[in-house]
Design a protein around this ligand. Sequence first.
Ligand code: FAD
Length: 439
Amino acid sequence: MHRRSSSTIWRNWARNQHCSPHAIERPATEAALVAAVGRAVAAGRRVKAVGAGHSFTSIALTDGHLVDLSSYGRVLAVDEERGQVTVEAGITLRALNRVLARHGLALENLGDIAYQSVAGAAATATHGTGLRFRNLSSSIVALRVVAGDGTIVSCSATERPELWSPARVGVGALGLVSTLTLRCVPAFNLHAIEEARPVDGVLERLDDLVEGNDHFEFFWIPGTRWALTKRNRRTNEGARPRARWDAFRNEMLADNLAFGAMLRIGRRRPEWIPSMARRIPSAGPQDYVERSDRVFASPRHVRFLEMEYAVPREAFPEALARVRDLVARIGVPIGFPVECRFVAGDDIPLSTASGRETAYIAVHTGIGAPHQEYFAGVEAIMNDHDGRPHWGKLHFQTAAGLAARYPGWDEFQEARTVLDPAGTFANPYTDRVLGPVGG
Ligand SMILES: Cc1cc2nc3c(=O)[nH]c(=O)nc-3n(C[C@H](O)[C@H](O)[C@H](O)COP(=O)(O)OP(=O)(O)OC[C@H]3O[C@@H](n4cnc5c(N)ncnc54)[C@H](O)[C@@H]3O)c2cc1C
């Protein structure tokens, strides 16, 4: 255990959130995890688990005991026949993907990066894109959770389903997840086509693109008429990777460095952003076949801030059109793209895709760039479309506004009173977005 000192400040990846916990614990076994919770409870302090710190919100902050799970990330069992894997909560998606590949397995769908811990990603309903596919939490078959009283609760669709169902997206408030069993699929390759297209053409053909590809997403570049599109189809074809230089050029130039340079220059000369942005599509089309996780996730070297909203799929065209108007109206050049993705509905109470086919609209700015007016404007638009904020990305919502947007809200709160009646796993963020336990 690492006791608090004046230099014990924890920061998230984006460096926009920090806290000074009373103690930081780094358990490496389940027994140590339980003991860590017990010590905090005995001292009358709250507990927060932290995975990879890749949330932009204050969701992982505490002045109590911070339980850092980076040393608790083993794969405990791989069942190739049933296509299931059981892992300790702190394993990163990247480490898990590698192990699964060795067993001829893969996760069904992934988001843009794989740096997150599996438990942290699940807690916030982390998602990728693909209208026939659901988010990571939907793959959770079973969980072992340390409850607020220090006992371990096992749950699955057949064992305490009333706890398992909401705990798949626990927002860090339904106990401390110790292990997760995930459903996997046989390993697969993706045929990826990535190219710049005029955004209006993309919007005209949107349904075809979303329904005709296994995974479709696009990034509209503010200040331009361009969108970078990514189309992925599942295939039995052998790998035909990008040339190393092409991969490097696209990831570093288009995805990272070009945006980074644009942000740095844009901070001093914002009026240059539109003309810089117009050059980005010249990175050129890409057409390749690769192992699924290598296509889904890419490295990220440029830090940024992000807000992302989930709206019903049918609300997407109007919601995006209003975001484009907003960008034109606020007059501050935006040096980062607007990312649009499409995901199947699911049955998890506080999943952002709960009960409806969902479109996600994500807006970003560079660190230090003004984002308040932009993000507040986007949130106002999303409020009109029953938008649900990503739990790990910046937003200004409170429980009062959110409760009606989730059909499973009460089911979640019910599970909270069972797993954490004293609010051991609460923090100011959960107080704001979920309200007090039993309240
Ligand atoms: C560059 C970047 C790209 C991203 N891309 C995507 C994307 O494509 N799709 C998407 O949906 N999101 C994306 N995100 C958001 C990210 O997936 C989520 O914020 C995710 O929660 C981060 O995982 P983490 O391990 O860092 O969790 P943390 O940020 O460390 O924690 C998140 C929450 O999970 C809780 N938690 C962690 N471990 C446990 C546990 N064992 N038991 C109970 N609670 C726990 C924490 O207490 C906290 O409440 C991205 C973020 C970044 C920075």
